[in-house]
Design a binder for this molecule. Structure first.
Ligand SMILES: C[S@@+](CC[C@H](N)C(=O)[O-])C[C@H]1O[C@@H](n2cnc3c(N)ncnc32)[C@H](O)[C@@H]1O
Length: 317
């Protein structure tokens, strides 16, 4: 019976969310990335060329001679995507200070190594970094405690806001740290994405600390607060990812995929065989077969929100 799982609260309550083990979670993300059929490279190009251009069009700031554009990167991961964005911003703003906030030391180390590598090739020359191994909530608290009220010209929080239980409060906070004329870039999976459909259906390990968010919540937030914003679509909308291994009970890669899709740490070992079978049956019902493999549909939205400058304040920066 399909309804059995959502009713089985005792089982749901004992399941541990993936957020509790960052390193394992990162392995799951890496497994997901492996299953992406070629569009990840296109995505990075889109970030640099299209998204970067849209951001520059909306950025309404004039950095004084010798000054720096201030960027805050939240949940930047290993910086693969963010570096593409920054290199585009550098074409207009030659000097950038980037504050990076991510709780994973592993991710920050990878980002740091990437920056050094790219700087050697001069593509990120003009950017300096400071690193904060903190969640957004911790960064907020430590900034408040130290009285740091730095405002940023550009803030990006890509695919990380679902880790904060009170997303609206974090959006309030990020918007408050934006300079007038600045841009806030956020992204999450959309409600059309199979990953969200699966989470909505099963709601494993979801409690007040692990609510389910999609880009619909971002749109609702900006509309509800009358904040000017634009949803930036990607040209190639056909995005899917290979989950074939998830159906192989002996596959380690399949186990990581199941954890990623269920949002549960060690999902296969943590649920009864009937729940496991029901979950896989639902995956099959969503999946599309191609070349002997099974694919799920992926969809996300990137939203640019901006803070208009007040009339007459243009020269004040
Ligand atoms: C899916 S990755 C996204 C990485 C990058 N933004 C991208 O789009 O490629 C999520 C990142 O968010 C970080 N993260 C997890 N919880 C967070 C939190 N509470 N605040 C900020 N970042 C968080 C993770 O460590 C991870 O690097």
């Amino acid at each position: 019976m399909m309804a059995e799982i959502t009713k089985d609260n005792s089982q749901s309550a004992s399941l541990v969310s993936l957020c509790n083990d960052y390193e394992h979670y990162l392995r799951c993300i890496a497994q997901f990335d492996k299953g992406v059929s070629g569009w990840l490279a296109d995505y990075k190009i889109w970030v640099k060329d299209d998204l970067g251009t849209r951001i520059l069009e909306k950025l309404d700031v004039a950095v004084p001679e010798g000054g720096q554009l201030r960027i805050l990167g939240v949940g930047s991961g290993e910086g693969e995507v963010e570096c593409n964005l920054i290199s585009r911003v550098l074409t207009t703003y030659r000097s950038i200070h980037n504050t990076v906030v991510d709780p994973s030391v592993t991710q920050l180390d990878l980002y740091n190594a990437r920056v050094k590598d790219i700087q050697q090739q001069s593509a990120l020359r003009g950017v300096d970094f400071d690193w904060h191994a903190e969640t957004l909530a911790q960064y907020r608290l430590s900034s408040e405690q130290s009285g740091d009220q730095t405002k940023f010209h550009l803030i990006s929080a890509l695919f990380c806001l679902y880790y904060e239980p009170d997303m609206d409060s974090m959006l309030d906070y990020l918007y408050s740290r934006l300079e007038p004329g600045g841009v806030l870039l956020v992204a999450l999976e959309s409600e059309k994405c199979d990953v969200i459909k699966i989470e909505e259906r099963f709601r494993f390990a979801q409690d007040d600390l692990n609510p389910l968010f999609s880009s619909r919540d971002l749109r609702d937030y900006f509309s509800g607060h009358s904040i000017p914003h634009a949803v930036c679509g990607q040209l190639n909308e056909h995005h899917d990812f290979d989950i074939t291994a998830a159906f192989d009970d002996s596959s380690e890669e399949g186990a990581l995929l199941l954890d990623f899709l269920s949002n549960v740490l060690n999902f296969r070992e943590s649920v009864s065989s009937s729940v496991l079978e029901e979950f896989k049956a639902y995956l099959r019902s969503l999946a599309t077969g191609r070349d002997g493999k099974e694919f799920l549909y992926y969809d996300s939205e990137h939203i640019i929100a901006w803070k208009p400058r007040m009339a007459t304040s243009r020269k004040e920066l």
